[in-house]
Design a protein around this ligand. Structure first.
Ligand code: PNS
Length: 162
């Protein structure tokens, strides 16, 4: 059974992430979406909220949603999975992803990264921009799953006529 881990911050999940998961499932039998719990970074959504939002948006039984702390290579080893999936939006993503992939392989020679180009519809979407636009009252519908849209509106009710 081919399994890959799809790690990320997912703060919050976007339609770009969803597209990578859906397309990843055509390559792998199972995906573990692993949400980074980074106590040093202030997130908009808690790890519990982020994992719940992903679970709701991805009810497919082939998708497991989990969280991890610390080094990704320690998590992948614990899970017995050595392939991770990452989305690439633009050339600007490449340098960081290249460093990440090589550092991870230095830490664990068995480790490998599979990159998928994000679709035309999502190459400009990032969680960071979604957070900024939503917090300033902009409309992010179409950029995030509907449950995430609802959660953003609940976070910023005064910006959404609530
Ligand atoms: O969605 P993101 O923020 O681009 O995801 C980045 C992530 C979570 C994949 C990366 O920051 C990570 O793996 N962090 C865990 C700590 C770690 O292993 N650091 C060394 C990476 S070389």
């Amino acid at each position: 059974m081919a399994t890959a881990i799809y790690p990320g911050s997912f703060d919050p999940m976007t339609n770009g992430h969803l597209s990578i998961i859906q397309r990843g499932l055509t390559m792998f039998d199972r995906l573990i979406v692993a949400v980074l719990n980074n106590p040093r970074k202030q997130a908009m959504f808690s790890v519990e909220e982020r994992t719940r939002l992903i679970r709701e948006a991805c009810p497919d039984p082939r998708v497991e949603v989990d969280s991890f702390q610390g080094l990704l290579v320690h998590y992948t080893r614990r899970k017995g999975v050595h392939v991770i999936l990452r989305g690439l939006r633009a050339v600007s993503d490449f340098e960081y992803e290249f460093q990440l992939a090589n550092m991870n392989r230095k830490l664990d020679p068995e480790f490998d990264t599979v990159f998928m180009m994000t679709g035309q519809d999502s190459f400009y979407i990032s969680s960071q921009l979604v957070r900024e636009v939503a917090s300033l009252g902009g409309d992010v519908s179409g950029l995030v799953p509907t449950n995430v849209l609802r959660a953003l509106r609940e976070k910023f009710p005064s910006k959404n006529g609530g």
